[in-house]
Design a protein around this ligand. Structure first.
Ligand SMILES: Nc1ncnc2c1ncn2[C@@H]1O[C@H](COP(=O)(O)OP(=O)(O)O)[C@@H](O)[C@H]1O
Ligand SMILES: O=C(CO)[C@H](O)[C@H](O)COP(=O)(O)O
Length: 543
């Protein structure tokens, strides 16, 4: 029997699975929550801006140190039968490290410095840098901005590097490596500075043909080209390739075979396509968790307004991977969970169910449209199709009878309307959508959510049976890196996970939601395009 390990680093936790590479059977699962979670509002009791979202990279190492021995113990297999390990990580989640790959935040003199910590993918501290980059990129004689959907997101790598250059020269001086967190994990496992084409292509202004866009970087800041050369370069390893092998120190620390092959890191949402097996063009895959990513594959590169980017070989060699997304989905539902009355908390405790389930149950008692609400799901900005992290949420139609579950339902509907905007942009630019897949940690947990998506998108939604689609994708890459399978396609054939169900649209709901979508689009275009300054002003006044 042969096995592979897949390690999925999500926003709140790391998930480790050991998988039979011939059957896709999960032998064991280990989940390790990040001890410091996401550091927001304050760091060590010192206030930090509300736009900051930081993490502590030592938590990522704890996932390995605690999670792998636990998964091995549960699996009770001969570890010599493990052929390889793959890692997927949220992105662009940026680690600041010294020559020994130690995170600067772990050093005594930097432990209270926010710029020494990981800038999580949803960190919006670099919005001014992103706006400045967009203005300069627009005037730059190139065509690559179209490959990024004609936008620059503050969630990407270069705005976060510029923020560091602008804000903290001392941290920058002590920094040897600025790395995607997935690359940082792989580089620690093999003791070499390597960089994956996946996150590099999507989150940094780089493509394999041209390399880094140094002529553009020079216009942004005189120091930027050197910072990129000195701190972001590293041996490129592409998806599907082996990055290297486990060092003796790591194999001893983790209890894994010496010289175990390690795959190049992949972005978490992109890895899910491998785990689900949705790698045909005309398939839209929604990876739904804290956020949602909307991914497609195509043999051509099209410049699609409002998506986050398109990169060749980033998921399946030979195909362009396309990504769009929404920065707050599970996070938005969680926001309501924290606002329910004590009576709801009491009821959930007594029935031993989570608040999400209680809210879903209460929200399901109403028919489509009965709340009388329409919301904009922009509580953490709008990633696609407006790419504006200064935008804010909105609910219209509230009365004195509006309940918290009505707001919960309105947010579920709003995230589905936002997905419809993305799907329409894909279709407007020549990407036909014939099938829709849903995976990630959300779809299996909330039946009402998936029915709302089927009704609003007016398409059947194929729901993956596993909560761990990204981890399965990482395990497939680990199996290929370790020559357990010759190609990614072979790995998918043996290891992809089954579907749980297909949710079909309900005709009467489709008609009601089409009316509500027309209102959503009016609100979207007014607050997102005609007067985005309203929400910008509210943000500035609040700071
Ligand atoms: N039953 C539910 N309904 C809606 N959202 C949920 C439910 N259960 C958890 N969530 C949300 O899902 C998100 C976690 O998604 P998951 O995919 O597990 O993690 P990650 O985003 O770290 O990969 C959290 O934001 C949480 O609020
Ligand atoms: O932008 C991303 C991918 O390109 C982030 O990795 C994703 O949005 C965060 O993932 P999750 O919601 O699962 O935590």
């Amino acid at each position: 029997m042969k096995y592979a390990i897949g390690i999925d680093y999500g926003t709140g936790s790391g998930r480790i699975i050991i998988v039979n590479i011939y059957t896709g059977e999960v032998i064991s699962i280990s989940v390790v929550k990040y001890k410091s979670g996401t550091i927001q509002s304050s760091l060590n009791n010192q206030p930090i801006p509300n736009t900051y979202a930081l993490q502590d990279a030592t938590d990522y190492m704890d996932v390995l140190i605690e999670g792998i021995p636990s998964a091995l113990k549960q699996a009770n297999i001969n570890k010599e039968d493990i052929v390889g390990v793959g890692i997927d990580f949220t992105s662009s989640t940026v680690v600041i490290a010294d020559e020994q790959l130690q995170p600067l935040s772990s050093k005594e003199n930097f432990k209270n410095n926010p710029h020494a910590y990981v800038k999580l993918w949803k960190h919006h501290g670099a919005s001014k840098e992103a706006e400045e980059m967009y203005d300069i990129a627009k005037g730059h004689n190139h065509n690559w901005l179209g490959n990024y959907g004609y936008n620059v997101s503050s969630e990407w790598m270069i705005p976060k590097v510029l923020e560091l250059i602008h804000q903290d020269s001392e941290v920058l001086h002590e920094t040897a490596y600025i790395m995607e967190a997935g690359d940082w994990i792989v580089s620690n496992l093999i003791d070499e500075n390597v960089r994956s084409n996946c996150a590099r292509g999507f989150k940094t202004f780089w493509n394999e043909e041209d390399g880094f866009f140094y002529d553009y970087y020079e216009k942004l800041h005189p120091n930027l080209p050197n910072v990129i050369k000195e701190k972001l370069e590293g041996r490129l390893v592409k998806i599907g390739e082996q990055a290297g092998t486990l060092t003796p120190k790591m194999s001893q620390m983790l209890g894994l075979p010496k010289g175990l092959p390690v795959a190049s890191a992949i972005i978490d949402a992109h890895s899910a396509l491998l785990g689900v097996g949705s790698i045909q063009k005309n398939q839209l895959t929604m990876v739904m968790g804290t956020s949602t990513c909307h991914l497609m594959l195509h043999e051509e590169q099209k410049q699609i307004h409002g998506i986050s980017g398109s990169v060749k070989d980033a998921i399946v060699p030979g195909l362009y991977a396309y990504e769009a997304g929404q920065s707050a989905v599970g996070d938005l539902f969680e926001h309501v969970v924290h606002q329910v009355p004590e009576s709801y908390e009491k009821e959930a405790r007594e029935r031993n169910i989570c608040i999400h389930t209680l809210l879903e149950e209460k929200a399901a008692t109403k028919r489509a449209g009965e709340t009388g609400l329409v919301a904009l799901d922009w509580h953490n900005g709008n990633r696609s199709i407006l790419s504006n992290s200064n935008l804010r949420g909105l609910v219209i139609g509230q009365t004195l009878h509006t309940k918290v579950e009505d707001i919960y339902r309105a947010y579920m509907e709003a995230t589905a309307f936002g997905t419809k905007m993305i799907a329409e942009s894909y279709k407007d630019w020549g990407m036909q959508i014939e099938e829709i897949y849903a995976c990630g940690g959300l779809p299996q947990k909330n039946a009402l959510l998936m029915q709302i998506y089927a009704d609003i998108l007016n398409k059947p939604i194929h729901v993956s049976a596993t909560d761990y689609a990204p981890a399965f994708g990482a395990a497939i890459l680990g199996a290929v890196a370790g020559k357990g399978h010759e190609t990614i396609e072979d790995g998918i054939k043996h290891m992809k996970q089954a579907l749980l169900k297909t949710v079909y649209p309900i005709e009467k709901n489709v008609a009601i939601y089409q009316k509500l979508f027309e209102i959503y689009k009016e609100l979207h275009d007014f607050y997102g395009k005609t007067r985005p300054d309203f929400m910008q002003q509210l943000k500035e006044i609040s700071e």
